[in-house]
Design a protein around this ligand. Structure first.
Ligand code: ATP
Length: 296
């Protein structure tokens, strides 16, 4: 395996009985990337993350840090860390005791780093877990996990239940203190707007299939949105854009049409190019057909 590819998946499928949760996924995660895993409820995000850390057996080929996640699970967890969507820390313990415990259990854990990361949060090492708020538990959990010298961090909706300031500081800590150009992060969230600026890449899942796997730079080059006034709506619609939506703010151009690739020249003359957001693209690529009529 090339050491630059931390994850390599080909023909990856996961089933729960008769239900196919992931269907023939092919993707890689190179080093030094921050990859957003986006998808509606039930799209397969948690299932994929579980497969990556060997908690769910998958068909096809899956290599994580050069290892088979199920067979080499113990070794893999020395170099990959995973925060599941329900962060649980033992309620009876003080945070300082968890640091001591982690230092004893994990060869790549740095107690010094954990204490330094905790200083950025509102959690004190002397606090008991049972006295922490939900958000403080999440912060403590991240500080502990980010103190493991790992190459891959897998975060399943890590900011669930956090207020906006805590979410911001969580992401700042992740980017400033953990990402170093070699390590990669795979992060799932429903708060797409909030993480767009952090991401280098995005993988979108829809009903167990990958509908988009792209870097943000390539996304900006490939997808074009045209803002236009209401009068041009029919012509835009006739060109079958991926999505038509309303723009916020004032001005004559209150509508936009999103295209995969360059829109025809005559349409470009009717509108102005605007950058489609990740949310617009997500809606366009993962909406259900019954939503089509409700766009306008
Ligand atoms: N233990 C299970 N047994 C049976 N089906 C399951 C199980 N876990 C997940 N599924 C099904 O697999 C599909 C993918 O679920 P998954 O939890 O991976 O979605 P998700 O994208 O993480 O959703 P959410 O955003 O709601 O957390 C869903 O249809 C779900 O019902």
């Amino acid at each position: 395996m090339s050491t630059d590819l931390l994850v390599q998946a080909s023909g990856l499928s996961v089933r729960y009985g008769a239900k196919t949760a992931l269907d023939d996924l092919n993707f890689t995660i190179p080093k030094g990337r921050v990859v957003g895993l986006l998808g509606h409820n039930g799209a397969g995000k948690t299932t994929l993350m579980k497969a990556l850390v060997g908690l769910k057996r998958a068909e096809g080929t899956l290599t994580v840090l050069g290892m088979d996640p199920v067979r080499d699970r113990v070794a893999l967890l020395q170099s990959a860390c995973y925060i599941p969507d329900v962060a649980i820390l033992p309620r009876w313990a003080r945070v300082s005791e968890l640091i001591t415990l982690m230092a004893a259990l994990h060869p790549r854990f740095s107690a010094e780093r954990a204490r330094a990361l905790l200083r950025r949060t509102s959690v004190n090492p002397s606090d008991k877990v049972k006295n922490l708020s939900k958000g403080m538990v999440v912060q403590a959990h991240l500080a502990l996990v980010a103190s493991i010298d790992a190459r891959l961090m897998i975060l399943d909706e890590p900011t669930l239940g956090l207020d906006v300031l805590s979410r911001k500081s969580f992401y700042e800590m992740l980017i400033d203190e953990w990402c170093d150009g070699e390590r990669s992060v795979l992060i799932s969230t429903h708060q797409v707007e909030e993480i767009e600026s952090l991401l280098s890449d995005v993988i979108m899942l829809n009903e167990g299939k990958v509908v988009l796997d792209i870097s943000l730079e390539a996304m900006d080059r490939r997808f074009v949105a045209l803002s236009h006034d209401a009068g041009a709506a029919e012509q835009m619609a006739a060109a079958h854009p991926l999505l038509r939506y309303r723009l916020q703010g004032s001005g004559a151009r209150t509508h936009a049409a999103l295209f995969d690739g360059e829109p025809p020249a005559d349409l470009q003359a009717l509108g102005q190019r605007v950058r489609p957001s990740l949310v617009d693209l997500f809606v366009a690529l993962t909406r259900r057909p019954e939503m089509d009529r409700t766009q306008f």
